[in-house]
Design a protein around this ligand. Sequence first.
Ligand code: MN
Ligand code: MN
Length: 273
Amino acid sequence: MPTLLGIPLDVNSSFLRGPASAPGRIREAWQSDASNKWSELGIDVGAPGVLSDAGDLHLSNSREGIDADFAEIEQAVAELLKKDERPVSLGGDHSVTYPILKAFAQRSADLTLVHFDAHPDLYDEFEGSRVSHACPFARIMEERLAARLVQIGIRTLNRHQREQAEKFAVEIVQMSSLPAYDRLKIHGPVYISFDMDVLDPAFAPGISHHEPGGMTVREAIAHLHSMEGTIVGADIVEYNPARDIGGMTATVAAKILKELLGKMILGGNGRVK
Ligand code: MN
Ligand code: MN
């Protein structure tokens, strides 16, 4: 079953810290009585036995401790996978996807990674770091942790990242070519990495890197709902409470979580698993 896992880490952020406090804030919005837990797909993701929660990791969130923190993330995800759970992690900057995928790669060789983001995060290194939140998908593709990488919502490609995308045969769906539902009809296991900044900052200002011209919440949900394949895990990253306005972005993250969970539970073929 889908299992929540909070990852309070933001030491690999390049511009602003903040996403380390995301897990608690998203959980608060998730648990708020302001809304029910029925996904638009007709699934009650709040029903007993539908979802579990592994709590938050305890991490140093320091430069000196980053190797140990990554090892801790990988191990926690590996343990959930061993129990046939489907990890859905909350929070952290985007660097967390690299250790998460290390654990997935041990279990599945044909994983397709679907990455929602304004940014391709394909830098070979960024400001002297190879584990920056600007680099995880370069590491993932170098180590062949996913068979395919499909990026959607991208709107910040520069020359270096275009070259990187070509080198790793990344399938990029730029924001300007949306909607692109057909590009998400994937066979086999799928992992979804959802960077909150794929959304237009008008809808989700609580992020570190405002990049206007992004998805509406509706566009993001429509693309999530159109996906095929079996979603085996997901992360929601880059929510930065320090930049939020009245918790509105936490509410959006909780809504994305609800629709993602509904889709996971319903299954790619429309069968309840
Ligand atoms: Mn990102
Ligand atoms: Mn981003």
